[in-house]
Design a binder for this molecule. Structure first.
Ligand code: SF4
Ligand code: SF4
Length: 83
């Protein structure tokens, strides 16, 4: 999963772009729910939130939620199996 750092300026560019509805406004800044973030696997070639974020290095790989491509694919299938 990815992580939004304190560099976030709450511009709301990323939230509507997430294919998994993993992004929401938190107490102070936008936050990513690691259970819902597939790093965009299954939807896009690269994380779309990183692409649209106007502030460099605001969205990073979450060191607390490192996942292999296989794990991310499994999450994608679980999240979207009923689509
Ligand atoms: Fe959503 Fe993709 Fe960003 Fe994860 S990487 S929060 S799935 S837009
Ligand atoms: Fe924060 Fe970047 Fe999302 Fe804007 S696009 S709300 S700066 S993480």
């Amino acid at each position: 999963a990815l992580l939004i750092t304190k560099r976030c300026i709450n511009c709301d560019m990323c939230e509507p772009e997430c294919p998994n509805q993993a992004i929401a406004m938190g107490a102070e800044i936008y936050e990513i729910n690691p259970d819902l973030c597939t790093e965009c696997i299954g939807h896009y070639d690269e994380p779309t939130c990183m692409k649209v974020c106007p502030i460099d290095n605001t969205i990073i790989h979450d060191p607390a939620h490192k996942e292999s491509n296989e794990q991310l694919w499994d999450k994608f299938v679980l999240l979207h199996h009923s689509d």
